[in-house]
Design a protein around this ligand. Structure first.
Ligand code: UDX
Length: 434
């Protein structure tokens, strides 16, 4: 099929490359010329496993191209809308200016029978509004939310857990077009769920709200465990054996961040307020608050571990990305902890296998070391805030102990073997963990 993908950020770039890899002819459109020219050379503007391989394959085969000109979307049968929906400046709601701008720019190039596929995360009701303008060209709008995780984006796009397609009353043909577009996944038994437009939009918000709630639930239990002298990681293992609960996404520590969960739960709550149902998701404010409290707690654990003040102390911060396998620092709890420690007068040295470039651009006041050992050398305290394998698995307590000034470690992701670190003479402190 001939496809356009409008917006070549995280979602769009991966989607375009993935669609080309399964044989479609794809043009990716983005206003940012630096982005499109990097992508056209097979270079990913962000760190994502397997993406560059797919980009190069697609570009070399001639099936994948990139452009800044919306006119190049003309002639495609399917147009995926993959632009960003950031948090509105000064508010909680989603800022839809890129969605509206992209649709306005696309309208003159739509032909009767074309299918426009919304993938961006939008407040419920957006699709119905856009469908009117799109329908006036004879094209059809469907909504097909994306559930990809950074670091697993290629995997999640090519082999999704499920495909959800929301359509209007006359959307049957458009749904079938999408079923064909995704036939590689559909033919292997991937559930293909057809809904109305509003339900498809809500599915995405609900999924992210649930995931955020799951993380804040276990972090709330960490707060209780801390007060009661219990261990939240053992608690998570124990409740996680119940298949109705499940152990996945019960990782306790400094909480969630990134370009999606924080802004999406806020936008979801803001939209619920507009619909007069704010109280139905009032708990999301609590979810947000618990999440942010964990960052405060990590900072105070470092202060406590350093006898009441971090002023003038050297603190090695392991991690800057909001999670491993990513160089994304958007709303990163890891970097937030580093910035706050710096604000308290600590001499903070941050290391990260992928995110130092982004972190240094955003927070030049922090010191950075590419090499983990250089960051650790002479540290009065070590704070692990992103659970990269380099820290979680590959750091030896004895060898690390020989580098630092004091054997003090705060494990902000509850991911180290506490007994091994204590046995090597470290003052180990987890979060709600014994
Ligand atoms: C998330 C959703 O998983 C995805 O379905 C949606 O499309 C976009 O938002 P992503 O932001 O890539 O994806 O990251 P995810 O792996 O879900 O992690 C989000 C944050 O939660 C990270 O900061 C991570 O460290 C944190 N997290 C995750 C926890 O604190 N504990 C966990 O158990 C899992």
């Amino acid at each position: 099929m001939r496809m356009s993908v409008i917006g070549c950020g995280y979602l769009g770039a991966v989607h375009a490359a993935a669609m080309a890899s399964i044989g479609h002819e794809v043009v990716g459109i983005d206003l940012d010329e630096r982005k499109t020219s990097a992508l056209a050379h097979g270079v990913a503007p962000f760190f994502e496993p397997r993406l560059e391989e797919l980009l190069r394959e697609g570009v070399d085969s001639g099936r994948l191209r990139f452009s800044t000109d919306m006119a190049d979307a003309a002639g495609a049968d399917v147009h995926f809308l993959a632009v960003g929906t950031p948090q509105a400046p000064g508010g909680q709601a989603a800022d839809l200016r890129f969605v509206d701008g992209a649709i306005a720019a696309l309208l003159p190039f739509l032909r009767p029978g074309d299918v426009v596929v919304g993938k961006s995360t939008v407040p419920v009701g957006t699709a119905a509004r856009l469908a009117e303008d799109i329908g006036s060209t004879g094209a059809e709008l469907v909504w097909n939310p994306e559930f990809l995780r950074e670091g697993w984006a290629v995997h999640d796009t090519l082999t999704p857990d499920r495909i959800v397609v929301g359509a209007g009353p006359r959307g049957e043909r458009a749904v079938e077009v999408l079923r064909t577009a995704y036939s590689a996944a559909v033919s292997t038994g991937t559930p293909f769920l057809v809904t109305d437009l509003a339900t498809a939009e809500l599915v995405k918000g609900a999924a992210n709200a649930f995931l955020a709630t799951k993380i804040s639930f276990i972090n709330a239990m960490a707060e209780i465990a801390e007060a009661a002298g219990a261990d939240v990681t053992l608690l998570a293992d124990a409740i996680g054996h119940d298949p109705r609960i499940g152990r996945r996404y019960l990782g306790s520590g400094i909480g969630f961040g990134g370009g999606c969960l924080p802004k999406d739960i806020r936008a979801f709550a803001a939209r619920a307020e507009e619909l007069g149902r704010g109280e139905s998701v009032g708990f999301l404010h609590e979810v947000d608050a618990i999440n942010l409290r964990r960052r405060d707690r990590a900072v105070s654990l470092v202060v406590e571990a350093l006898d009441g003040t971090v002023f003038g102390k050297r603190v090695a911060v392991l991690g800057a990305a909001f999670k491993p396998f990513s160089d994304d620092i958007r709303d990163s709890p890891a970097l937030d902890v580093a910035v706050r420690l710096r604000g308290l007068g600590a001499e903070v040295v941050v290391t990260d296998p992928a995110a130092i470039g982004n972190a240094a651009a955003a927070h030049p006041q922090l010191a950075y070391e590419l090499d983990r050992d250089d960051a650790l050398r002479g540290a009065d305290a070590v704070v692990l805030v992103t659970e990269w394998d380099e820290y979680r698995r590959e750091m030896d307590p004895e060898r690390t102990g020989a580098l630092v000034a004091r054997r003090v470690i705060v494990d902000g992701r509850n991911c180290l073997d506490s007994a091994a670190w204590r046995a090597a003479g470290w003052a180990y402190q987890g979060m709600g963990r014994l």
